[in-house]
Design a protein. Structure first.
Length: 107
């Protein structure tokens, strides 16, 4: 990993931190918790994953061309990430959706 890439990842972490600090919604909830007699310590963990993009694939891709899983504009990693946030992707198999619903109800 190059020093420039490390610097960019550090900047991303700082940007996420600033976004949380400046969020009026978060500040409001923290104030509500404090009104109930509690002090708040908020610790967030962010995992940043990087996948190197092959330049040949990027050069060959046409703007607006469909890629990813089953012709969707998402890669398999994109779909897995969205699923982890419980966001469904249009065009997913209904069986996958049903399995996720069953897991959610069981847990």
């Amino acid at each position: 990993m190059t020093s420039k890439l490390r610097e960019l990842i550090q900047q991303l972490g700082e940007a996420i931190h600033e976004s949380v600090i400046e969020s009026e919604q978060i500040a409001g909830v923290v104030q509500d918790i404090r009104r109930h007699g509690f002090d708040v310590l908020l610790m967030l963990e962010a995992t940043i994953g990087l996948n190197e993009v092959a330049t040949k694939e990027t050069d060959d891709a046409e703007p607006g061309a469909e890629g990813g899983v089953d012709g969707a504009p998402f890669t398999k990693n994109d779909v897995n990430f969205l699923r982890s946030l419980r966001i469904s992707v249009e065009g997913e198999d209904e069986e996958d959706d049903q399995a996720e619903n069953d897991e959610a109800q069981a847990g």
